[in-house]
Write a protein that binds this ligand. Structure first.
Ligand SMILES: Cc1cc2nc3c(=O)[nH]c(=O)nc-3n(C[C@H](O)[C@H](O)[C@H](O)COP(=O)(O)OP(=O)(O)OC[C@H]3O[C@@H](n4cnc5c(N)ncnc54)[C@H](O)[C@@H]3O)c2cc1C
Ligand code: SF4
Length: 327
């Protein structure tokens, strides 16, 4: 049995103090990922600071910027009227994640911080540089069907598992963080990291810092949108590949476009080269095909996941085609 202390507070400053003073303390929100990791012995915090009673559950539009508290549940966010109207792509991404029961307790902050689903990471008898730096990577040359094809390193080829984050990667979202030195903001797209030589670090949050909210400016990418999730079964499964696609079509031309993929990299993967190609062009199948080809330029398979090299471009084309067809 693993012993740990459980503490609860309603004050952000107290929560920060408790975690920053103690290297073995961790925040717990919905617990849907952290408790699994504790049960499997992947992590063993000695102190859990329950943050569920902090005042971080707002969803408010202020000066055309949506403020979303870190403790808003994934289902409350997907069901919110402003999100449905102004950020429907985020709504679709949220709805495709996990199950209704999990979405009811999974929080925005926890979803961003959830750890990879690589099987070797969860199996403490196997080598894994992310769990135990320097031990090697079981997935390279092993079972890697779910693994990355972009931005991989010799240390780790794991993917980031979140659907919500793929939706957020298409928006100009900012993450608001507080720590001992006060508040700071980081662009959402820079929040998660590639594995490089430090796969144990999933993101740029420092120890003791707390995500307090997201800020998302309203844009015109709310009509021709689609979130395509390809998975082994129709619910309750992580993405093999997912694509978030948003088009703004004006006078028959693509005025603006956002594309991001999940299931392909250590972080939500924004397809900027494909976006640049499509801007100013007509939304035709031929242009979508060319954009998908450009997006795949640096892709690399690891054996069992080679099928993603074909599935990914096909998914990009399909997501763009469905987005275009929306009236
Ligand atoms: C069976 C199953 C299927 C799933 N399928 C999917 C899926 O298809 N798509 C998908 O996207 N997700 C899926 N998930 C993952 C699920 O969405 C995440 O577990 C959930 O979003 C995590 O949120 P939480 O609030 O429960 O986090 P917790 O488990 O409480 O915390 C996770 C981590 O975040 C840290 N943390 C939490 N809040 C903050 C904060 N505000 N600031 C700083 N650190 C914080 C914690 O310390 C911990 O390290 C699945 C999970 C399960 C169990
Ligand atoms: S891919 Fe990353 S998480 Fe998976 S075994 Fe290798 S180092 Fe660990």
């Amino acid at each position: 049995m693993i012993n740990f202390q459980y503490l609860r507070t309603t004050v952000v400053k107290t929560a920060l103090g408790l975690v920053s003073k103690d290297p073995k303390a961790a925040f717990i929100a919905g617990g849907t990922n952290l408790v699994d990791l504790m049960k499997r012995g992947v992590t063993a915090p000695e102190k859990l600071i329950d943050i569920n009673h902090l005042p971080l559950k707002q969803i408010e539009l202020k000066n055309n910027v949506l403020h979303i508290g870190a403790l808003v549940s994934n289902s409350a966010l997907a069901e919110n009227g402003i999100v449905k109207e102004k950020f429907p792509l985020l709504m679709l991404a949220l709805q495709s994640g996990a199950s209704a029961q999990l979405r009811n307790v999974a929080t925005v902050g926890g979803n961003m911080m959830q750890r990879t689903r690589c099987g070797y990471f969860y199996d403490t008898t196997m080598p894994c540089n992310k769990r135990e730096p320097g031990t090697g990577c079981g997935a390279i040359g092993g079972y890697n069907r779910m693994h990355a094809i972009f931005g991989t390193s010799e240390s780790c080829i794991a993917v980031h598992p979140s659907d919500m984050c793929v939706g957020l990667a298409t928006l100009d979202a900012q993450v608001v963080i507080v720590g001992a030195k006060g508040e700071r903001k980081i662009n959402f797209i820079d929040f998660h990291r590639l594995a490089g030589t430090t796969p144990e670090k999933d993101n740029n949050l420092q120890k003791g810092e707390l995500i307090v909210r997201l800020e998302i400016p309203v844009n015109n990418l709310n009509k021709n949108i689609h979130y395509l999730k390809v998975r082994d079964r129709s619910s309750y499964a992580f993405a093999l590949i997912s694509v978030a696609a948003a088009l703004e079509i004006k006078d028959g031309l693509i005025a603006n476009v956002r594309l991001a993929m999940g299931g392909v990299a250590h972080k939500p993967w924004r397809l900027t080269t494909a976006e640049s190609f499509l801007k100013g062009k007509i939304a035709t199948t031929a242009n979508f095909e060319e954009a998908a080809k450009l997006a795949m330029k640096d892709a690399k398979g690891f054996g069992e996941n080679d099928f993603k090299l074909k599935l990914a471009p096909n998914s990009i084309i399909e997501a763009l085609t469905i987005a275009k067809s929306k009236a």
